[in-house]
Design a protein around this ligand. Structure first.
Ligand SMILES: *Cc1c(COP(=O)(O)O)cnc(C)c1O
Length: 495
């Protein structure tokens, strides 16, 4: 079946547009006794201006239709490179929703929250075991906040030795959050060029390493999916110059259960629970980006920390050199419960198989697409593979067109135009969740799109054809977002 023949999905209007005064849904009353005395009418909300009025059927159908327009990991392959969009096993959800976890209030006294505190202590311990670090904080709500927390601790470490230093070194293949985090902590960023393998240029690093360098922020495997073979030597160069090594652990899925950053010489790292440990991801959160440190940095970890005394687990802020709090309470606890469930469900052997299968899946895609799509770096791929649009250029077809066309074939597009050092990058990360049928279906779509680019480039250039709206002006959407519904439709519409 040709995808062009599938009619585009209908645009779903806004509830505000469908509102008709006086329409109502029906429900049993919450309470039909007398008004509670304590609640003065002045606290009760009256009319909500512009509140849409619809029947129950209209509301249910509206949200059901919207949910069908959404693309989710529960629906199919989500090959968004660097983001590790793996399937979230339902056992995680079951555990996180247990009443003692899901209903626990963050202000419960420790005696009434022993189970939750133990989950957090267990997760810290498992993460130490998995990564080879000595201590973890679970507070940061994302990888980016983990970087900020980690670099803050790096700064505290150097300050405790009399000089915070000035520079953070970052390879040119790094994620944009790395320089942003360094900058927020008051450091100047200097870029380290990659060599022809896509790895850190060791000669350049050695030459640049002086006593103004606070830390190197390294992603391993890097965003080209390439493992840094000289990681041991890189750490030695930094340490000899009195600097530290920060590992952006977003790509831990490539080697979880196989190798440990702590054994490679890394001093501080974050792990994205919503990537490697399968907790839900996307839609703006909540995420979780725990940070692990070696003993040399442990005294700077955020407070409160989970500790154990003769009465059991409790929280302690009694760490005078701590950088302080980076999140309300102790981070996103629901994510901690899910990650513990995932780690225990898989066990040590299972975690290793995750990494092995993730690497196998990425290399299967690489093998089947290589030659049709251009492979800018030929170093061995780990968990993701980066192609470019070089072979499609002659047909006037670009990476963005391929990404949009994939939507017509029922797939979420991969990450595009990142890493920045690859022109027209298509960054594909299938993760271990996918079976051979799903991988083959994706490959078939990619191969078909390459054929279309040669035979009928316009159909690719004007994609998507099956979605409620076609090509959007993405720059305008970012520059002039319409965030508030105005009851005067003229004022709500972008012109
Ligand atoms: C995802 C990612 C980050 C940022 O993590 P968030 O949890 O999205 O804040 C940083 N570096 C790399 C390489 C990533 O893939």
């Amino acid at each position: 079946m040709s995808v062009e023949r599938i009619p585009p999905k209908r645009r779903e209007g806004l509830l505000f547009e469908k509102s008709v005064a006086g329409k109502r849904g029906c429900d049993v009353p919450l309470w039909d006794g007398p008004e509670p005395e304590a609640l003065s009418p002045s606290y009760l909300r009256g009319e909500i201006p512009g509140f849409p009025e619809l029947s129950e059927r209209e509301v249910v159908r509206h949200f059901t239709r919207l949910s069908k327009l959404n693309y989710a990991n529960d629906e199919g392959l989500y090959p968004l490179g660097s983001c590790t969009m793996k399937y979230n096993p339902k056992v995680n959800e079951k555990i996180a929703r247990l009443e003692g976890f899901g209903e626990a209030h963050p202000l419960l006294p420790p005696e009434a929250a022993q189970g939750c505190l133990q989950v957090m202590a267990d997760l810290e311990r498992y993460l130490c075991e998995i990564t080879g670090m000595d201590a973890f904080t679970l507070q940061p709500a994302a990888g980016a906040q983990g970087e900020f927390t980690g670099i803050k601790m790096v700064r505290a470490y150097h300050e405790s030795r009399g000089n915070p230093r000035q520079v953070v070194l970052i390879p040119d293949s790094a994620h944009g959050t790395n320089p942003a985090s360094a900058h927020l902590c008051g450091y100047r960023v200097e870029q380290i060029a990659s060599d022809e393998r896509g790895c850190v240029h060791l000669g350049f690093l050695k030459e640049r390493m002086r006593d103004d360098v606070a830390v190197l922020m390294l992603t391993n495997p890097n965003t080209l999916g390439v493992f840094e073979p000289e990681i041991g030597e890189i750490c030695r160069v930094l340490h000899q110059g009195g600097g530290l090594v920060y590992l952006d652990g977003a790509n831990l899925n490539a080697f979880v259960g196989v190798a440990r950053p702590g054994d490679m010489g890394v001093d501080v790292m974050h792990s994205n629970l919503h990537k490697t440990f399968s907790t839900p991801h996307g839609g703006g959160g909540p995420g979780s980006g725990p940070v692990g440190v070696k003993d040399t940095l442990a005294r700077f970890l955020p407070v409160p920390r989970v500790i154990r005394d003769e009465k059991g687990w409790r929280l302690s802020a009694d760490f005078p050199e701590s950088i302080g709090k980076v999140h309300s309470f102790f981070g996103n606890f629901g994510m901690h419960a899910r990650a513990v469930a995932y780690i225990l469900a898989n066990g040590a052997q299972g975690l290793r198989e995750i990494a092995e299968s993730a690497v196998l899946n990425a290399n299967y895609l690489r093998k089947r697409l290589e030659g049709v799509y251009h492979l800018p770096y030929t170093s061995p791929s780990l968990h993701e593979v980066i192609f470019s649009d070089k072979y499609l250029e002659k047909h006037g077809v670009k990476t963005l067109d391929v990404a949009k066309r994939l939507m017509d074939y029922g797939f979420h597009p991969p990450t595009i135009y990142f890493p920045l050092i690859v022109k027209g990058a298509l960054m594909i990360e299938p993760t271990e969740s996918e079976g051979i049928e799903d991988l083959d279906a994706f490959v078939d779509a990619m191969l078909r799109i390459a054929e279309e680019a040669a035979e009928d480039p316009e159909v690719v250039r004007s994609a998507p054809h099956t979605t409620p709206v076609g090509r959007l002006d993405e720059a305008a959407a970012a520059r002039r977002p319409v965030l508030r519904w105005n009851t005067d439709p003229e004022k709500s519409r972008p012109d």
